[in-house]
Design a binder for this molecule. Structure first.
Ligand code: SAM
Length: 332
């Protein structure tokens, strides 16, 4: 499938067939297993000023927090007790955890026999290398958009080439590498979405996370229109068809835009859900966009409801680590 065909599909209003095909592709290649990842938002301190993001450094009204190493480990242990096999450690871009501290955190989480995904932003090759040596398995770094002009507008202090390089560094270091985009950024074209999809394939990403852009009232984009759920789902379905073996989360932003966003994603190609285990007191301050509707894993009833929702669509929560089937481990 090339750019022209992808554009045609993205422009087509009737997407039911596309969603069905994506679901069939997922089931044929990965079966009915859904993998849960426990998300720990460990710090909202951020040195960047990404225009769309509510935790960007210019939001002076936000109460900043950083979990201590002990708090992170305690939360990871709790996630393990709740049955999770993977921890996702995410933060704003900061140096709150120096290299030694972060490597210590990684080692302790890995000693719990859990898979670990990091999502800490752009780091140097050496930092990624040391995290990997300490045991980190996966890294998630969305490219956000491959339209370089748009990227530069959205990230005034960012550098597109550096972000791409980070992704290739992660691949080289043999991380299970995840990337993704925001769908519906102001002035984002359908053509650029098609290029984003082709970029995922070229990178040979192991996981792709897509979210609709949701305006945050404390950012410069507060008056912009939110991204469209159907368009996000179409991009996701196409990614599934083109990359049958990768992991794709039904993202919280999808659920935030529509009550059934998660369910729709799970029957249109997604195979992962990331419930939130961040300590409740800190959670509202990790406000990348307003009204986040993620699954609160600390509420047993809510977690049970998620299991039920997954069973109702004919899937089951897997007890495995959920390593991407696309991932080719290199023994160095
Ligand atoms: N600092 C890390 C990084 O740069 O990858 C991870 C943290 S960042 C807050 C996590 C993700 O939140 C980003 O990749 C972005 O796509 C998403 N995000 C931020 N603001 C958003 C918004 N207004 N609407 C939807 N998603 C948003």
């Amino acid at each position: 499938m090339e750019q022209k065909e992808i554009i045609e599909i993205l422009k087509n209003d009737n997407a039911d067939e596309l969603y069905q095909k994506a679901h069939k592709t997922r089931v044929e290649n990965l079966g009915h297993n859904v993998y849960l990842r426990a998300l720990i938002e460990c710090s909202n301190v951020c040195s960047r000023n990404c225009l769309y993001c509510g935790i960007n450094r210019e939001n002076k009204e936000l109460k900043r927090f950083s979990l201590s190493k002990d708090e992170i480990i305690k939360t990871a242990k709790l996630a393990k007790e709740l049955g999770f096999k993977t921890i996702v450690l995410q933060s704003g871009e900061n140096q709150v955890y120096d290299l030694k501290t972060m490597c210590g955190i990684i080692e302790e989480i890995k000693s719990l026999n859990l898979a670990l995904t990091l999502s800490l932003g752009e780091k140097t090759f050496e930092e990624y290398k040391q995290y990997k040596k300490s045991g980190a398995d996966r890294y998630l770094l969305r490219i956000e958009t491959t339209d370089e002009n748009l990227f530069q507008k959205m990230h005034p202090d960012g550098n597109f080439k550096n972000r791409v390089e980070c992704l290739y560094n992660l691949k080289e270091l043999n991380y299970e590498t995840g990337t993704g985009i925001l769908v519906g950024l102001p002035n984002q074209s359908i053509e650029s979405l098609a290029k984003d999809i082709l970029f995922f394939r070229e990178l040979d990403a192991d996981m792709i996370g897509l979210g609709p852009f949701i305006p945050h009232n404390k950012t410069l984009l507060k008056n912009e229109k939110a991204g469209d759920l159907e368009l996000t789902l179409k991009v996701m379905a196409l990614v599934r068809i083109l990359m049958p073996n990768i992991n794709i989360p039904a993202t919280t932003a999808m659920e935030t835009l529509s009550k059934n966003g998660r369910k729709k994603a799970l029957i249109s190609g997604a195979n992962v859900v990331m419930p939130n285990v961040t300590p409740i007191l800190n959670r509202e301050n990790y406000s990348i966009y307003p009204d986040k509707k993620g699954v609160n894993a600390l509420n047993k009833e809510e977690l049970k409801k998620l299991y039920k929702e997954i069973e109702e669509i004919g899937d089951k929560v897997s007890g495995g680590f959920g390593t991407s089937k696309n991932f080719k481990k290199i023994n160095k």
